[in-house]
Design a protein around this ligand. Structure first.
Ligand SMILES: [Zn+2]
Ligand SMILES: [Zn+2]
Length: 175
């Protein structure tokens, strides 16, 4: 698919068009052109080092979504993207290059056009990486917090003063 069509698909999900979204579109375009495919389940996993607009393009175009558990956010504030595909047992890392067009005083629309007309390889350094995806999402039992009574996933329970509680209650108790 052309970058422009992918951008339209991403914008329907994201709500507006912006340079960040265009960066995500380019990452997704590279992925689709290199043997990785849209993920109805957890076949494809994206690990992202940022939570900016670009990530919405991945969710819309690649099906790597927060809700399915095949989108993992690492809060490092870096424009790095990792993808693993269980169907082809391959992994790739994409690191954004320094934006040389920033100095040229382009308008927002010009930046978007510049990005959409670029080859992903000109925007990202791309590396094949060892196939080492994170585990599949777990379906877990929930139990009531002994303090607030709200249901909480077992693995997120904290124990304090002999009570099992949710993290917000734990934080309050600890002061
Ligand atoms: Zn945006
Ligand atoms: Zn609680």
């Amino acid at each position: 698919m052309e970058a422009k069509e992918l951008m339209e698909k991403a914008a329907r999900f994201h709500g507006h068009i912006c340079p960040g979204l265009a960066i995500g579109v380019l990452a997704a375009k590279y992925i689709l052109e290199h043997g990785y495919k849209y993920s109805p389940n957890e076949e494809l996993v994206a690990i992202v080092d940022n939570d900016n607009c670009s990530v919405d393009a991945l969710q819309a175009i690649l099906g790597t979504t927060f809700g399915k558990g095949n989108l993992v956010h690492q809060d490092y504030g870096k424009m790095n993207y990792y993808f693993y595909d269980r169907r082809i047992q391959k992994g790739v890392k994409m690191i954004i290059k320094k934006w040389d067009y920033r100095d040229k005083k382009l308008t927002k629309d010009e930046k978007i056009q510049f990005l959409l007309n670029s080859k992903p390889e000109n925007i990202f350094n791309v590396y094949e990486i060892e196939y080492n995806p994170p585990g599949l999402a777990l379906i877990e039992e929930s139990v009531p917090c002994e303090i607030c009574g709200e249901l909480v996933q077992n693995s997120r329970l904290m124990t304090y003063n002999n009570s099992d509680m949710c993290i917000p209650c734990y934080k309050k108790m600890r002061g």
